[in-house]
Design a protein around this ligand. Sequence first.
Ligand SMILES: CC(C)(COP(=O)(O)OP(=O)(O)OC[C@H]1O[C@@H](n2cnc3c(N)ncnc32)[C@H](O)[C@@H]1OP(=O)(O)O)[C@@H](O)C(=O)NCCC(=O)NCCS
Ligand SMILES: CC(=O)OC[C@H](N)C(=O)O
Length: 251
Amino acid sequence: MFEHLREDLASVRERDPAARSTWEVLTCYPGIHALILHRLAHAAWKRGFYWVGRFVSHLGRFLTGIEIHPGARIGRRVFIDHGMGVVIGETAEIGDDCTIYQAVTLGGTSLYRGEKRHPTLGKGVVVGAGAKVLGGFTVGDGAKIGSNAVVVKPVPAGATAVGNPARVLDPERDSAREQKAEQIGFSAYGVTRDMDDPVSKALHGLLDHAVETDRRFEVLVKRLEAAGFKLDGEVEATDAFDPSRLSKMVD
Ligand SMILES: CC(C)(COP(=O)(O)OP(=O)(O)OC[C@H]1O[C@@H](n2cnc3c(N)ncnc32)[C@H](O)[C@@H]1OP(=O)(O)O)[C@@H](O)C(=O)NCCC(=O)NCCS
Ligand SMILES: CC(=O)OC[C@H](N)C(=O)O
């Protein structure tokens, strides 16, 4: 217990530039207090003292503003910064070295007791302020969830997911979209990324479609050339051209 606490204090000092001393972290960090109480609540829960677990968890919520169900499994050196409004559900699992900011929900969407309803965070995951991760899927090791994201699908290890509904950032695809937007005369990022805005949704949908169409054309041209078709200049139908072969060339 004390070994875990020592590690928790050290990890806060490493990960929070606002922390000035270990004494300050021990006395003024609700995330630390919530974890101490959660360890007691979880120990009671595992031994079948469900009400005691719930009550200790409720005390923790009252004192810190952080609600952790006593059934949740939390790894080592997890840092809940600020903490107010954090809710962690019964079947949630949090890997070692995760960082969770205020108002994060690790929630469920299923109503079936006994099911894995809440997410599993791998090791070293960062969940930004106000993000909601909803469902019994996994967020891979080292992934980052942007503040205010609403994540409803698994996130691969090392990926960054942002927005509502959250999408995984793909630097290659994003730069292709940016180039396409320039070609067709508007700035992709001049248009809001607010996916609740129907105009933004439509424009970004068109951009995605254009980028994907370009990609498919490129693949098609490469395969036609590899199959011996000459595509520069005028394309002429010849005896060698067999349209039925085309379907096999496109993804
Ligand atoms: C998601 C996050 C981890 C990304 O950080 P990063 O890897 O440095 O990424 P960048 O800042 O380069 O942003 C990459 C892209 O995602 C966008 N983005 C970043 N955070 C976003 C968010 N929360 N919501 C929507 N889009 C976001 C950026 O605008 C940028 O888009 P662009 O490629 O169109 O310019 C970070 O922005 C974040 O939200 N961290 C949480 C921090 C937090 O909650 N702090 C609270 C302290 S109290
Ligand atoms: C409010 C906020 O950004 O908190 C993050 C971290 N504690 C820091 O002070 O940088």
